[in-house]
Write a protein that binds this ligand. Structure first.
Ligand code: MTE
Length: 327
């Protein structure tokens, strides 16, 4: 999590937020029109103007029945290569290329997620049931890391809220806690105390139920590569990437704010909320701009937008909150 950045942003690189919002609105309407038209994920697939790199899907890994989402951005996709070879997944090492090299042997079938805590119907659900029961959508979301880089990923997934509702959270469920698999045999990074294992994350209940929050099961139309958090990982597009916990085995409803891995490690640097916010710097670097992976080290930095460009949708969740204090 330690990349430094030069400070300048050329004015020409800035897309006015209103233009950005209008483009997204257009796409949302187009996507909605496409729902039910049997496009099966064809919208914004490689080969369209939005795609930077074409990819022939691996037939063994294709997820059937994907529908385009109403929530995608229209940004050019980062290449499959960059998305799957430049990762943070400390269970497999702390260098960006480690997860791609080391995560291949992780067994992701069978895989069960336990859902417990403050809910009427605690239980567990297998990954095959998840894939069968919840409509898989393609959602093009930017993943903005706290280290000042980002990628635009065509995720495949479904709203987290759809899964949570099945377990009937009670009125005491104020937060949702997530846990990654703990298995040092399969995850060699867990043999070293770089973080308190297992990796933990959490959301406030309203954040978890927000329709932009998804559980991802795939990307580029295929089942999720292990290094990206197979078989199931969180994606919260308005928050820094460390909230997007990978390889989830437990989801618990709780009344108290749950502990989270990076906050436990460095509480003054990584907060519970971790909303993308250009006005709140990380103690060791600015958060005002970021580099898009794949555009080259010397490409102009992009200005970072409040809530990663999703202010219209999510700012009301934080009305009246001091975002500097609750970082
Ligand atoms: N989840 C687990 N279990 N372990 C991790 O080390 N890293 C986080 C997040 N989820 C991490 C994790 C961080 S810091 C980021 S930026 C994103 O995963 C990176 O996701 P990606 O590798 O798919 O781009």
């Amino acid at each position: 999590m330690l990349i430094k950045r030069p400070p300048t942003i050329p004015a020409a690189a800035i897309t006015p937020p209103a233009v950005y919002a209008r483009r997204r609105e257009f796409l949302r309407t187009a996507a909605l029109a496409g729902l039910g038209a049997g496009l099966a994920g064809a919208l914004l697939r490689p080969g369209t103007a939005a795609a930077r790199t074409a990819r022939t899907p691996d037939p063994e890994r294709v997820i059937a029945g994907i529908i385009p989402s109403a929530y995608s951005t229209d940004e050019a996709w980062t290449s499959f290569e960059d998305i799957t070879k430049y990762n943070n997944f400390y269970e497999f090492g702390t260098e960006k290329f480690n997860p791609w090299r080391n995560a291949g042997a992780l067994r992701t079938r069978p895989w069960t997620v336990v859902v417990d805590g403050a809910c009427a119907r605690p239980g567990e659900i297998g990954i095959e049931d998840i894939l069968r029961d919840f409509t898989q959508e393609e959602r093009v979301y930017r993943l903005r890391c706290v280290e000042a880089w980002s990628m635009v990923v065509p995720w495949v997934g479904f709203p987290l809220g759809d899964l949570l509702r099945r377990f009937e959270p009670s009125a005491n469920a104020k937060y949702v806690a997530f846990e990654t698999l703990y298995d040092p045999k399969q995850m060699p990074g867990q043999r070293r105390p770089v973080l308190q294992w297992p990796y933990r994350e959490g959301l406030r209940m309203d954040e978890a139920m927000h329709p932009l929050t998804i559980l991802a099961t795939g990307l580029y139309g295929e089942i999720l590569p292990n290094q990206n958090g197979a078989p199931l990982r969180l994606v919260v597009p308005w928050k820094y990437g460390f909230k997007s916990i990978k390889s989830i085995v437990r989801i618990s409803f709780s009344e108290q704010q749950p502990p989270t891995a990076w906050n436990q490690m460095q509480p003054d640097e990584y907060g519970f909320y971790a909303n993308v916010n250009p006005h709140v710097d990380h103690p060791r670097w600015s958060q005002k701009s970021h580099r898009i992976i794949g555009e080259g080290l010397f490409s102009p930095k992009q200005p970072t937008l409040l809530f990663n460009g999703y202010a219209d949708e999510v700012a009301p969740l934080y009305a009246g909150m001091n975002l500097r204090r609750f970082y």
